[in-house]
Design a protein around this ligand. Structure first.
Ligand SMILES: C[S@@+](CC[C@H](N)C(=O)[O-])C[C@H]1O[C@@H](n2cnc3c(N)ncnc32)[C@H](O)[C@@H]1O
Length: 229
């Protein structure tokens, strides 16, 4: 038993915290007790096992620490996760939306192999080897309406990729959480200018930007947008 006092996050369902307000640690409750995904610390507390959630390894954790205005996580969400990589963030999302399904799209075969290994005990993750530029190409693997699209893809056309996937899969009033890395779009232009340009693409497509969270403290040249359809 640990001496860390873990408690529910005051705003986000199924997210847990410890520590003091300016130095919080985040956790999710382990859906597969005893198993780690990326070397994270496992903590036993009051009969449950929690996985420490590293904001330097996961932009979703960084975003939550930076206090977004909208609470968008519930246990039964169906999510489309673009850029799943080897499974760090998607594994925490899987702990959180334990009654939902997460379709994890990744185009690098090596990362996909690791994702399959890391998620084979998690019944709510469906790994999909696919290119997010072509949303219709994985339609056969997606068998529920989508409440949340989460995108963390470092590509020059990242806003466009997000819009095309949301047009294709996201329910009306559904939420898009979009990580924008300015250096992937243009390594010379100032980040602020690039963020404005990407936001215009989203608004022009008819989507509303609800929130704009700067996570530079945890991931250089990144913001995260909360967008509603
Ligand atoms: C920054 S990493 C994602 C990290 C991951 N979201 C996490 O927090 O655990 C970006 C991933 O997007 C993938 N990616 C880039 N372009 C893609 C595309 N067009 N379709 C699918 N995956 C793509 C890369 O192979 C890489 O694994």
């Amino acid at each position: 038993m640990s001496d860390i006092n873990i408690r529910a996050h005051p705003k986000f369902s199924n997210v847990y915290i410890s520590g003091v307000p300016n130095n919080l640690k985040l956790y999710s409750k382990n859906l597969v007790p005893g198993s780690k995904v990326y070397g994270e610390r496992l903590i036993a507390f009051k009969g449950e096992e929690y996985r420490e959630w590293d904001p330097f390894r996961s932009k979703l954790a960084a975003m939550i620490l930076e206090k977004p205005s909208l609470e968008f996580l519930t246990k039964d969400l169906n999510c489309l996760y673009l850029g799943a990589s080897s499974g760090t963030t998607i594994s925490h999302l899987s702990d959180i939306v334990y009654d939902g399904v997460i379709y994890g799209v990744e185009f690098a075969e090596r990362s996909m192999r690791q994702l399959i290994q890391n998620s084979n005990k998690r019944k709510n993750i469906v790994p999909i080897l696919g290119d997010a530029n072509f949303p219709e190409s994985y339609a056969n693997s997606i068998f529920t309406p989508i409440d949340l699209v989460y995108q963390d893809i470092a590509q020059p056309n990242q806003a466009q990729i997000a819009i095309e996937n949301c047009n294709y899969y996201l329910k009306d009033n559904g939420t898009l959480i979009l990580a924008i890395k300015s250096q992937s779009i243009d390594s010379v232009q100032k980040s602020e200018k690039i963020y404005i340009q990407e936001k215009r693409i989203i608004e022009k497509a008819g989507y509303a930007i609800i929130d704009n969270i700067n996570i530079h403290k945890f991931a250089a040249n990144h913001i995260i947008l909360t967008v509603q359809k």
